[in-house]
Write a protein that binds this ligand. Structure first.
Ligand SMILES: Cc1cc2nc3c(=O)[nH]c(=O)nc-3n(C[C@H](O)[C@H](O)[C@H](O)COP(=O)(O)OP(=O)(O)OC[C@H]3O[C@@H](n4cnc5c(N)ncnc54)[C@H](O)[C@@H]3O)c2cc1C
Ligand code: FES
Length: 272
């Protein structure tokens, strides 16, 4: 479906932890077109400063009421401005953009692995999959209990959730991939993941070991967001020549197409 521009209306914008926010936007035209895993390219305030839009995953959609939700971490200038938005403010959105997740068939059993704010694109996937009567399990990892708040939203739509925190304040003390190691791969037909690169690398290794079909959602610095500037180009796999544009060919890629390193520090670059 075609993406477009829409002036959304902020309905709510509240902190869920110190620097994480959930924003609900009334954007009926865009909401009808969103697919899980796609993103919106957002102008944080209605001026050209900062010049570039900021990409944020579609966290959830209530298409009947035309509401799109975002889950975002305040990282710098653009997201700080976004955090100041108040109900009734207008917000300039472009989207939905990019290639989203492959939706499972009816009655499939799928597992989602999210790390930190990387859980954002998995929520709408869970909702749509549950509407197809799929069984959905989320493994969610974060630094601490307050960052695991998204778990409740998944549970409300009917997903089974297991959590892990690095400081042990909620769920398993440790990494979300420790939870994955305890899962029986034959219980699932598909795996989907988004989060820090080292986490996705471990998820990818697990999927490959068990010959499981999967998809990863990548992040890359973006400018145009629509495939025109090469700002987000990156090599996905050393064995395959050429570059992919994360904004247009992704952000979701098949797990077999992407080579991820468990030693890679941040989540910003898909491959460096
Ligand atoms: C497809 C896609 C979906 C995303 N979805 C979400 C989401 O749902 N929630 C969320 O919190 N964040 C998400 N991000 C990351 C988000 O776009 C950046 O955090 C944001 O653009 C930073 O803008 P800023 O002006 O606040 O920070 P800046 O001042 O521009 O940068 C601050 C810090 O953030 C890093 N950064 C900047 N742009 C990106 C980027 N595109 N990806 C990763 N790191 C970046 C910079 O390297 C720097 O360290 C997504 C990114 C992509 C590409
Ligand atoms: S951001 Fe311009 S090509 Fe992807």
């Amino acid at each position: 479906m075609m993406s477009g521009l829409e002036m959304g209306r902020v309905l709510d914008n509240h902190p869920v932890t110190r620097d994480w926010f959930v924003m609900d936007i009334a954007a009926p035209a865009t909401a009808q077109k969103c697919q899980p895993g796609q993103f919106l390219h957002i102008r944080p305030i209605p001026t050209y400063d900062p010049l570039l839009r900021r990409p944020l995953s579609i966290y959830d959609v209530l298409s009947a009421s035309g509401i799109i939700s975002l889950l975002y971490r305040v990282a710098g200038r653009g997201t700080s401005l976004l955090a100041k938005a108040e109900p009734e403010d207008n917000i300039d959105i472009m989207g939905p953009l990019g290639r989203g997740f492959t939706i499972p068939m009816e009655n499939e059993s799928i597992i989602l692995v999210g790390g930190g704010v990387g859980v954002a694109p998995l929520m709408y996937l869970a909702r749509v999959s549950l509407e197809r009567r799929c069984r959905v399990k989320l493994l969610l990892g974060a630094a601490n209990a307050t960052q695991l708040g998204a778990a409740k939203r998944f549970e409300r739509v009917g997903a089974q959730v297991k959590t892990a925190s690095l400081d042990g304040s909620a769920g398993r003390h440790g990494l979300v991939t420790d939870l994955l190691e305890e899962e029986n791969p034959s219980d699932y037909s598909r795996i989907y993941t988004c989060g820090p690169v080292p986490m996705m690398a471990r998820v990818s290794a697990w999927a490959k070991t068990h010959d499981m079909w999967g998809e990863v959602s990548l992040e890359e610095h973006m400018a145009c967001g629509v495939g025109a500037c090469l700002g987000c180009a990156c090599q996905l796999n050393a064995l395959q020549p050429g570059y992919a544009k994360v904004c247009k060919d992704g952000p979701v890629f098949n797990i077999d197409a992407v080579e991820l390193s468990p030693d890679q520090g941040g989540k910003e670059k898909c491959l460096e």
